[in-house]
Design a protein around this ligand. Structure first.
Ligand SMILES: CC(C)(COP(=O)(O)OP(=O)(O)OC[C@H]1O[C@@H](n2cnc3c(N)ncnc32)[C@H](O)[C@@H]1OP(=O)(O)O)[C@@H](O)C(=O)NCCC(=O)NCCS
Length: 142
């Protein structure tokens, strides 16, 4: 695709715009801005001046969590999601020192598992691990 470029950055407005484009809810602004500030590595894809995709890694260098992988619907199925995830994986790979390893985790949206499998992720549970699990906590007025 002509004029597609990646940027290792993600501003709050772009984050909201891309979340909206794929039908995801927004968080209160202070929570969203704090999450972006605490992000270890974010990447956005731009077509000229239009943000068309994003992804981010949060975590501590032993465990990364891959979140907010989203490509604007009119730009899906053109390889942008793959580029974004590969960019983050390359960043994580490049940080590794001799003897280190890191695990990248994610929760796939329903039906998107083949996309992640194509990027080298394996489903759990598997022979060694039980199910991934999560718990959601709500703020006082939610
Ligand atoms: C999932 C998503 C990020 C994929 O981005 P994309 O730019 O459309 O994906 P790509 O074009 O890079 O696809 C890469 C590969 O995954 C495959 N793929 C993509 N979506 C797929 C799907 N839903 N089912 C099966 N395979 C899929 C493509 O065929 C392609 O395969 P190839 O490399 O063998 O040709 C995008 O569809 C999206 O934003 N969806 C809405 C938000 C969402 O659900 N995000 C995931 C949250 S966990």
């Amino acid at each position: 695709m002509n004029n597609l470029h990646l940027c290792p950055c993600l501003g709050y407005e772009t984050f909201c715009e891309l979340r909206r484009s794929v039908g995801w809810d927004l968080r209160p602004e202070p929570q969203g801005r704090a999450a972006l500030a605490a992000t270890a590595r974010a990447v956005t894809a731009w077509q000229d001046d239009t943000p068309v995709g994003m992804a981010r890694l949060v975590g501590d260098g032993i465990y990364w969590l891959l979140v907010d992988v989203a490509v604007r619907p009119s730009f899906q199925n053109r390889g942008i999601g793959r580029l974004l995830v590969e960019d983050l994986l390359q960043w994580a790979q490049n940080r590794l020192q001799p003897g280190e390893k890191v695990t990248v985790h994610l929760v796939s949206a329903r039906g998107r598992e083949p996309f992640y499998r194509g990027l080298g992720f394996a489903s759990i549970p598997d022979a060694g691990c039980g199910a991934g699990m999560r718990r959601t906590l709500l703020g006082p007025d939610r």
